[in-house]
Design a protein. Structure first.
Length: 131
């Protein structure tokens, strides 16, 4: 058994009510669709997260059968994954159509597509630009 923890907070323009409603929709969908290796999850409101300047936020716990279950869980999450040529995840671009002030799936897809183009763009740049 593996516990995967994820901390997050809403944008300043998103109300607590909007954020928690979107979070509950995600948790409900996660429980209904049950990705492979998923054992359950819970979200908690946290009064102060030290690594976020002691601002309030949220902590999600996901119980998984093992580290192999991270990929199916991340595939289920409202995100697009940018991977390198070896399959290593380089970036997760999160979105949810119904969430308040989050990227739409199309916006996230465009960002992920542009991130994926970076290695090719950087390959053609003079090296002295990156010193």
């Amino acid at each position: 058994m593996l516990a995967y923890l994820f901390w997050h907070r809403p944008y300043a323009t998103t109300t607590v009510k909007q954020y928690e409603e979107a979070l509950m929709r995600f948790q409900r969908r996660l429980g209904e669709q049950h990705p492979p290796g998923f054992g359950g999850s819970a979200s908690f409101r946290v009064a102060a997260l030290p690594w976020l300047g002691n601002r309030p936020g949220y902590e999600d716990w996901c119980l998984l059968d093992g580290s192999w279950a991270l990929d199916p869980l991340n595939a289920f999450a409202p995100a697009l994954v940018v991977r390198d040529a070896n399959g290593q995840a380089l970036a997760y671009v999160y979105c949810e159509e119904a969430a308040a002030k989050l990227l739409t799936r199309d916006e996230a897809r465009r960002i992920a597509t542009n991130i994926a183009k970076l290695p090719e763009l950087l390959k053609n740049r003079p090296r002295e630009l990156f010193r």
